[in-house]
Design a protein around this ligand. Structure first.
Ligand code: AR6
Length: 202
């Protein structure tokens, strides 16, 4: 099992589940796995969907989340008003819907930057994480789980994405009981653990 070092961590004995304290009342949890199966209490928990601006499903995690949530999620997405033709959620923003058949109670949809097409991918990625956390707070979410936004189809380099993801979560260190990263790929999981050790050491 991967081991974190450098900051105080607790493993709960699960498969690669590593916990980093963010504050006396809040933890960052990094784990391997499938985000569609993640939940904590089914009422104050949310998973983050790395969507596209249309917000009507797609491939990658977005496709998996829609399949697991069922057709009501697509209907709820249609009901999110367009801000301009074909755009329900501009890059860097976030929208919330129920989770329907998912074990988690809510889905927060966000759109990360397409790394090679965005004029400032760092700012857009930070904005995506930040707006998810703001929307979560506004909806009394206590537990939130992210994938690695933009690190699949959208081509964001893992190293830079991990630094932005973890440093943005750190800004909200007292606002949630737990912030999770549920990572499918071993390379991403290892990158996130390394960066959590670096970014959370002071
Ligand atoms: N659980 C956890 N992580 C997953 C899962 C899963 N079930 N499935 C994929 N990942 P991506 P993006 C990881 O491509 O780069 C869609 O078509 C995956 O390994 O889902 O933001 C949307 O509709 C990767 O590390 O999102 C958009 O058009 C991470 O999730 C576009 O892709 C994100 O990869 C968004 O691209």
């Amino acid at each position: 099992m991967a081991r974190a070092s450098g900051v105080s961590t607790i493993s709960n004995g699960g498969d690669g589940v590593i916990r980093f304290p963010l504050s006396p009342s809040s933890s960052l949890v990094i784990q391997k796995g499938d985000i569609t199966r993640w939940f904590v209490d089914g009422s104050t928990d949310a998973i983050v969907n790395p969507a596209n601006e249309r917000m009507l499903g797609g491939g990658g995690a977005d496709g998996a989340i829609h399949r697991a949530a069922g057709p009501d999620l697509l209907q709820a997405c249609y009901n999110v008003p367009e801000v301009r033709p074909g755009v329900r959620c501009p890059t860097g923003e976030a929208r919330i819907t129920p989770g329907f058949n998912l074990p988690a109670s809510h889905v927060i949809h966000t759109v990360g930057p397409i790394y090679n097409a965005d004029s400032n991918p760092q700012a857009s990625l930070r904005s995506a994480y930040r707006n998810c956390l703001i929307v979560a707070k506004d909806n009394n979410i206590q537990y939130i789980a992210f994938t690695a936004i933009s690190c699949g189809v959208y081509g964001y380099p893992y190293d830079e994405a991990a630094t932005i993801a973890i440093s943005t979560v750190k800004e909200f260190r007292t606002d949630f009981k737990e912030v999770h990263f549920v990572l499918f790929l071993p390379d991403l999981y290892n990158e996130w653990l390394n960066k959590a050790n670096e970014v959370l050491k002071d």
